[in-house]
Design a protein around this ligand. Structure first.
Ligand code: SF4
Length: 209
């Protein structure tokens, strides 16, 4: 008998996309356990370990239940780092339910998957993004840490087509980070970088998950 495909899941919930181009859209979220990075500013470090081992039909069962109370066509696979695990069977099952699938990734790993929307967030210190995302990412988010420089923004801008926006995402909406984001935006404009934008975290403003 074939073994069921198991994924480690931290949580499954309904909310609203709080960042980036899909800001404000009702969305179901599957947060997968585990991350290959250890960012000091991580606000989802509870998802680094633990979680529940669930087979695909169990995950789909929970998603189906949630969707009855909170209908949306969008589902976001997040983490942690969702591409650490083999999520192909999950993405295929979600596609069969006619979901549009967003994946939020730190961009260190790439797998060809039936995904509609990659949101990539390269992390310090390297701010590495797998080259395959140059054609597949819909948006880039850079967390505005104290060490973020114009050089890093400039390098990422040169690596990706200009139609892909780069959001300067204030670290946990802290005042110093918002100030730095504005400063870096002005510097980016001054040297002619295109499609650099200020980001926010809507869920923090509304105080929702
Ligand atoms: S990549 Fe994301 S989830 Fe992983 S440690 Fe960094 S901020 Fe946290």
């Amino acid at each position: 008998m074939p073994q069921p495909h198991i994924l480690k899941i931290h949580e499954i919930f309904s909310s609203v996309q709080g960042e980036g181009l899909r800001l404000g859209e009702p969305t179901l979220f599957i947060r997968l356990t585990g991350c290959n990075l250890r960012c000091p500013f991580c606000d989802t470090r509870s998802a680094w370990d633990g979680g529940k081992e669930l087979a695909i039909p169990q995950i789909i069962g929970q998603v189906r239940k949630l969707r009855k109370r909170f209908f949306t066509d969008w589902i976001c696979l997040t983490g942690g780092e969702p591409l650490l695990q083999n999520i192909r069977p999950l993405t295929e099952a979600l596609k069969n339910m006619n979901f549009h699938i967003q994946v939020e990734t730190n961009a260190t790993l790439f797998k060809p998957l039936p995904v509609d929307w990659y949101t990539i967030s390269p992390k310090p210190e390297l701010h590495f993004a797998h080259p395959k995302f140059r054609k597949t990412a819909k948006e880039i988010k850079i967390v505005v840490t104290r060490g973020l420089t114009l050089d890093i923004i400039q390098r990422l801008r040169s690596e990706f087509p200009v139609q892909i926006p780069i959001f300067l995402q204030p670290q946990s909406m802290k005042k110093w980070s918002m100030d730095l984001a504005q400063k870096l935006l002005r510097q980016s404009i001054a040297i002619g970088l295109k499609n650099i934008r200020l980001g926010i975290q809507l869920h923090r403003i509304y105080n929702i998950r």
